[in-house]
Design a protein. Structure first.
Length: 245
């Protein structure tokens, strides 16, 4: 009996040395994800919509880079009813004690929105005051510049473009409910002398197989001062298939 136990212990000991019980794989510096969602109905009416989003994050030792692209389209009986594009880039220079200095550029084109173009450049200070294994909260504040191009009729005599300095505050919250389920909430307010824009983006993601997940999202956007016959609030709801790699 002793002759069997000793060889078994000798074989198992190297495995313990190679893979400690508390071993965790190193955090990946580069992560990306792609979202796709589409809906089509026919019969008494014919409607369709499609949305796509690409996000890439490189989290290095001294800085974090985030790039995002998004497109949203919808049609009703063959006529376009929504067409929106967004591009985002943010660079965070890391400081001690979970602090960082950020530079950010966000560009929006919306064919049917109250503003056909809204471009924002900003920079400022950010901090992560709360972070655990399952949750993370980041807060940001800074100054910037915003360019607006109002969506006016062709026969309007008003100048549709305007620009202004802005003050921006934002929060980013992420919580992992369980191993395969994550909820996120991103909020921001940009206010200037001419206008104030507030946004809230909520998402629920459930990973169901390997790197595939089902994501439910809803985006609220409120603009205080909009052109005549335009609405202050825009809401986009999506159900997407998400692939992360």
């Amino acid at each position: 009996m002793r002759a069997l136990i000793i060889p078994t212990l000798l074989l198992c000991t190297p495995a313990w040395a190679l893979v400690p019980p508390n071993y965790n794989e190193p955090k990946r510096k580069l992560s990306s994800e792609i979202e796709l969602g589409m809906q089509y109905t026919s019969g008494n009416s014919e409607t369709s919509n499609f949305n796509s989003r690409i996000k890439a994050v490189y989290d290095g030792d001294g800085a974090r880079h985030e790039v995002g692209l998004r497109g949203y389209f919808a049609s009703d009986d063959g006529d376009s009813s929504a067409e929106q594009y967004q591009a985002l880039y943010q660079l965070d220079y890391k400081l001690p004690a979970t602090q960082y200095i950020f530079g950010r550029g966000e560009f929006k084109w919306d064919r049917f929105g109250s503003f056909s173009r809204q471009h924002t450049l900003s920079s400022g200070y950010g901090r992560t005051p709360y972070e655990t294994k399952d949750s993370k909260l980041s807060l940001e504040a800074g100054l910037g510049y915003r360019y607006n191009y109002a969506n006016l009729d062709d026969d309007s005599l008003d100048d549709p473009s305007s620009d202004e300095g802005i003050f921006r505050i934002a929060s980013k919250w992420r919580h992992q409910l369980q191993e395969y389920t994550v909820v996120t909430a991103d909020a921001s307010v940009e206010t200037g002398n001419l206008n104030t824009v507030a946004e809230l983006k909520l998402a629920y993601r459930n990973q169901f197989w390997a790197d595939l997940a089902l994501k439910f999202g809803i985006d609220f956007s409120y603009t205080d001062d909009v052109p005549e016959d335009s609405k202050n609030t825009d809401v986009i709801s999506t159900v997407n298939l998400l692939y992360s790699f």
